[in-house]
Design a protein around this ligand. Structure first.
Ligand SMILES: Cc1cc2nc3c(=O)[nH]c(=O)nc-3n(C[C@H](O)[C@H](O)[C@H](O)COP(=O)(O)O)c2cc1C
Length: 392
């Protein structure tokens, strides 16, 4: 028993059992120990969470993108201790996807973007995975065989075609993945084929496609939202009403990193051409917090937010950044560009910093503080509300 850690403790509806990897052997409950441990002044805060029935040792999730692009890097993420991994987005036919180089441009703090300045903004014009679907599926299967208890989430995107979405869902689910995140949000991800943000920005289309997906999927579905829309609560509401278990926000923000003043071409530039791309990293964090706060408030007022989940994404590089998302109501926190810059070991620092924050406030679990800051805000003043305030 001594070798079990507290994060391996689960409770079912009536009785609690430690997670047991040997079928047939029932281990006694350690929930009592957890309660005692969290009551003690010297106890470590418990970062473990259960979200849509998925148990994670901590709320830190690899966000879809280069850090979840193949077996080797996803295995590395699990080995380093990430709570879950969202793989790079896949679709049925990778042959349609051509990823160009260079596809990234960086914004640095400091005078004239000095090469020594800290990277604060990151633009990419990367599309979804260009690796054959069969290869990605084989690797999902291998990962689940090696790590049956770790949470692997497939990110999917398809054209406006019910049969194609259904086939893709069938094929990813056959690998044993634990959940699906649907990419309704890539700003440059083939909108001409009604893919990515082209769906997330059109609530009628979203409702129809989300309906197909939720009728088919047998694992929890998270709908990933685009910030490139006037009111992000509208698509989030549609996604939840259409049966999704969760919402993830945000994907990248439509951007042009800059213009090369010698060549007069926008960056990043490939053979003389460019296209607007998606902005991420520290610079988007305040915008992401604003979007997550709006969604969290909507979820609380219109849905029983205990039954649904919210994944905060955007510019996370510290445990404090993650705490902010959780304080606004997020259950999990995803990191993409932060991992590209600091490596997979970042999760250890994130966990330590989040624990330090929790100790400072005597929070013993994530639920102790989830959502408590969103209630300290009011809506922006509208005509009506400012009249109300004047009257008061
Ligand atoms: C290079 C790059 C590629 C990305 N590819 C995907 C993708 O395939 N699917 C997806 O849903 N999001 C993708 N994203 C968006 C991230 O998952 C995330 O939503 C966004 O970058 C904001 O978080 P961050 O600041 O932690 O990177 C990508 C981001 C970057 C930087």
């Amino acid at each position: 028993m001594a070798s079990l850690n507290l994060n391996q403790i689960i409770s079912n509806s009536n009785t609690s059992f430690a997670v047991n990897r040997r079928p047939g052997l029932r281990l006694p409950s350690r929930i009592g120990l957890r309660v005692l441990a969290s009551d003690s002044a010297s106890a470590e805060p418990d970062l473990s969470i259960t979200v849509n029935g998925l148990q994670m040792p901590n709320p830190f999730v690899i966000g879809s993108g280069p850090p979840g692009t193949n077996y080797t890097v996803m295995k590395r993420a699990f080995d380093e201790g990430w709570g879950a991994v969202v793989a790079k987005t896949v679709s049925l036919d990778a042959a349609k996807v051509i990823n160009v180089t260079p596809r990234y441009a960086r914004l640095r703090a400091g005078a004239n973007g000095s090469a020594k300045g800290q990277i604060i903004g990151w633009e990419n014009i990367e599309l979804i995975s260009d690796r054959p679907l069969e290869t990605m599926l084989k690797e999902f299967k291998q990962l689940k065989a090696l790590y049956p208890d770790k949470i692997l989430i497939a990110s999917i995107m398809e054209e406006y075609n019910k049969a194609a979405w259904e086939e893709l869902i069938d094929r990813v689910e056959e690998t044993g993945i634990d959940a699906i995140e649907v990419n309704f949000s890539c700003p440059h991800g083939m909108p001409e084929r009604k893919m990515g943000a082209a769906v997330g920005q059109d609530c009628r289309l979203l409702e129809e496609v989300c309906g197909w997906i939720n009728a088919k999927a047998t694992v929890p579905v998270w709908a990933k939202m685009t910030p490139n829309i006037t009111d992000i609560t509208e698509p989030a509401r549609v996604a939840l009403r259409s049966g999704s278990e969760g919402v993830s926000a945000i994907n990248t923000i439509m951007s042009v990193m800059g213009i090369d003043l010698k060549t007069l071409r926008p960056e990043p530039c490939v053979e003389g051409y460019s296209t607007p791309g998606g902005y991420s990293c520290k610079a988007v964090h305040p915008i992401a917090l604003g979007k997550v706060m709006s969604i969290a408030k909507m979820m609380k007022s219109e849905f029983n937010d205990k039954d649904y989940s919210l994944s905060g994404i955007g510019g996370v590089e510290t445990g404090g950044d993650a705490a902010e998302f959780i304080l606004l109501g997020a259950n999990t926190v995803q990191v993409c560009t932060g991992v590209m810059m600091h490596g997979y070991g970042l999760v250890k620092r994130l966990c330590e910093e989040l624990k330090d924050f929790m100790k400072m406030h005597n929070f013993s679990s994530i639920e102790d503080f989830r959502g408590i800051s969103k209630d300290a805000t009011r809506s922006n003043p509208t005509k009506e509300s400012s009249q109300e305030r004047t009257a008061v």
